[in-house]
Write a protein that binds this ligand. Structure first.
Ligand SMILES: Nc1nc2c(ncn2[C@@H]2O[C@H](COP(=O)(O)OP(=O)(O)O)[C@@H](O)[C@H]2O)c(=O)[nH]1
Ligand SMILES: [Mg+2]
Length: 313
């Protein structure tokens, strides 16, 4: 499925609006640097600083500034030209990461374990993914694996009702691994295409969380040796460069196969996606730009890069 097919004009507007804080910072920054000035060494240094401040990471910022300088150094260049060039370079960095979560039709179901710290947007992302895949005609089942927070179970049930996806939930404080096990058995019986499993974002400590996630994975493999087929880490864009450490921390616990970046609408730190794509080479399956069911879409490199530079209209 192409990016344009999956994203009508409505989504482009949402994306542009969602990235407004990030794009304003970058556009205004670029204008400020280039107004009545050549692209000299000082301007380039400022451009690099601007990109660092926008959370693209120092290595990417340096590389981008160098690329922009090529053929343009000491020349009069317009701010629009520089934004266009930046968008192109950024799209090229992001392109390999733009891979949607594509359920394997041979799996009945394709099992997705959704992990991430509390508040990163796991439960909401599961709800939005349920909507996306239900709209594509898949049978989706949800598992309320964050059994420590009663509110999380309720929240998932609301998403289930909204999207027409059955929700498997246990008693409060039920064993999450046992729940995942019986949910996978049920999903198989029911012929579900996609099983989305919510998890706790925090237990007493990191070792407990790791033990819990690893137990869920072991137990799922007892039902289907190849499960889970995806382990998706949900990151809140608002934490900026700390997202890189969160990926490292979760990679130590589980085999993260892809990322979803949420809350791009609430932050000026959307550039962190570029740093993430470059550092880890993990797929970025989708991005979230709001709390509604339609505020998550597969990640499209060019769309995102242009929106980030305020060029999405
Ligand atoms: N603005 C905005 N809010 C979001 C987004 N994704 C999640 N949220 C909100 O962030 C809060 C935490 O999300 P939740 O899914 O409960 O996180 P969890 O603890 O990881 O399950 C909730 O209030 C969500 O509505 C997003 O893309 N944009
Ligand atoms: Mg939750």
């Amino acid at each position: 499925m192409s990016g344009t097919e999956s994203s009508g004009g409505g989504w482009l507007k949402r994306l542009a609006a969602g990235l407004k804080r990030s794009s304003s910072r970058l556009s205004e920054g670029v204008s400020g640097i280039l107004t009545k000035r050549r692209l000299d060494a000082a301007a380039l240094a400022e451009l690099e600083e601007l990109l660092i401040a926008a959370d693209l990471g120092p290595a990417t910022a340096h590389e981008l500034a160098q690329r922009i300088a090529k053929d343009r150094f000491d020349k009069d260049v317009g701010e629009r030209e520089v934004r266009e060039a930046l968008a192109q370079e950024i799209a090229a960095i992001l392109a390999p990461a733009a891979r949607a979560l594509a359920p394997d039709p041979a799996r009945k179901p394709h099992v997705v374990l959704v992990v991430g710290v509390n508040g990163s947007g796991k439960t909401t992302t599961i709800g939005k993914l349920a909507k996306l895949h239900r709209d594509e005609g898949r049978r989706v089942m949800l598992v309320a694996g964050d059994t420590f927070r009663a509110a999380a179970v309720e929240q998932l049930k609301i998403w289930g009702a909204r999207t027409g996806a059955p929700v498997v939930a246990g008693a409060p404080n039920a064993d999450a691994a046992g729940l995942a096990f019986s949910a996978l058995e049920q999903a198989r019986r029911d012929g579900a295409d996609l099983l989305l499993i919510d998890t706790a974002g925090r237990l007493h400590n990191k070792a407990d969380l790791m033990a819990q996630l690893q137990k869920m994975i072991r137990v799922l493999a007892k039902v289907d040796a190849s499960a889970p087929h995806s382990v998706v880490l949900v990151l809140d864009a608002g934490i900026g460069q700390n997202a890189l450490q969160q990926v490292e921390a979760f990679k130590e616990m589980v085999n993260v196969t892809g990322l979803v970046v949420t809350k791009l609408d609430g932050t000026a730190r959307g550039g962190v996606l570029v740093a993430l794509a470059r550092r880890f080479g993990l797929p970025v399956h989708a991005i979230g730009v709001g709390e509604g069911a339609d505020d998550l879409r597969p990640f499209d490199a060019t769309q995102f890069a242009r929106a980030l530079l305020g060029l999405a209209e």
